[in-house]
Design a protein around this ligand. Structure first.
Ligand code: ZN
Length: 279
């Protein structure tokens, strides 16, 4: 019983310390004041007062990540590139995780803003942190510090993240790309019949020839029951068709100039960015 009383006293003590410090932090948030540790945060250091200062060396990696992503690569692929090129992470190691790169693409700090109280400690004993989905006020401070990314590129990345998510839903695929280095057509060929993506099948004929063909991905769904009868296409055909389409764009560039200029002047940040890449 004594132990129970003692432990409940200790709990109350812990709660009151926790509530006091939380109160202090939230009052500072309301005034737009905040301090964060930048040790694990790539691209910034902080001064004595907690202001974010751009780390020029690390900022180059952030810019590269945003550009590679907008050129069409996935975070998995970019992580492999960073590892292969021996680019150092904040801890000096060459370890890169796709999930970290993904959250870097979504972080508003890279365009100079700060959102305070994105998460909070829900349980003062276990220190469990949860995402703030509107239970507590959030504070969005605009132009809080020097940006690394310009606002247009940052917004283009957000639009591209949404576009890829929507693309996957529309075409019944759970990955936008996979092993692009060896399988560039993955999830990029859409069945004209049912809207599913085509998938690659490798097999050997009775005569012993290895063949790579593509078929509609809905073929092997619902226990192998064929729900779409669209035909097989060989790897070679896709390669030829791709080169033909690309050459057509290059040859008839002048035909596209007008719409490209419209894109540049328009409001669609993503279209604007991608048009600049081809012009
Ligand atoms: Zn189909």
């Amino acid at each position: 019983m004594l132990l129970t009383i003692l432990s409940s006293l200790a709990q109350d003590e812990s709660r009151s310390i926790s509530e006091n410090s939380t109160w202090g932090i939230r009052r500072r948030f309301e005034q737009g004041k905040h301090k964060m540790s930048t040790k694990r945060f790539l691209g910034y250091d902080s001064d004595e007062e907690g202001h974010l200062i751009v780390n020029r060396q690390q900022a180059k990696i952030v810019v590269r990540l945003y550009e590679e992503f907008l050129s069409g690569k996935t975070v998995d692929y970019i992580a492999r590139i960073f590892k292969a090129e021996k680019i150092r992470n904040w801890d000096g190691k060459y370890n890169w995780h796709a999930s970290t790169l993904d959250s870097m693409l979504r972080n508003e700090k890279y365009m100079g803003d700060t959102i305070l109280q994105k998460s909070y400690t829900a349980d003062f004993l276990s220190k469990r942190r949860v995402v703030n989905d509107g239970d507590l006020p959030k504070y969005h401070i605009k132009k809080d510090h020097e940006p690394i990314m310009d606002i247009e590129t940052w917004e283009a990345v957000r639009a591209e993240l949404d576009r890829r998510a929507q693309y996957c839903t529309e075409h019944f695929t759970n990955a936008y790309s996979q092993k692009t280095e060896t399988n560039p057509f993955y999830a990029k060929i859409i069945c004209g019949n049912c809207g599913s993506t085509y998938s690659r099948v490798k097999y050997t004929t009775r005569a012993g020839t290895a063949i790579t063909k593509w078929r509609c991905g809905s073929c092997n769904k619902t226990n192998g029951h064929k729900i779409c009868s669209n035909r097989y296409v060989t790897d070679e055909t896709f390669k030829k068709l791709f080169v033909m389409s690309w050459n057509e764009i290059v040859e008839k560039q002048t035909n596209y100039q007008e719409s490209w200029h419209d894109n540049i002047k328009g409001d669609d940040v993503l279209l604007k960015y991608k048009t600049r890449l081809v012009m």
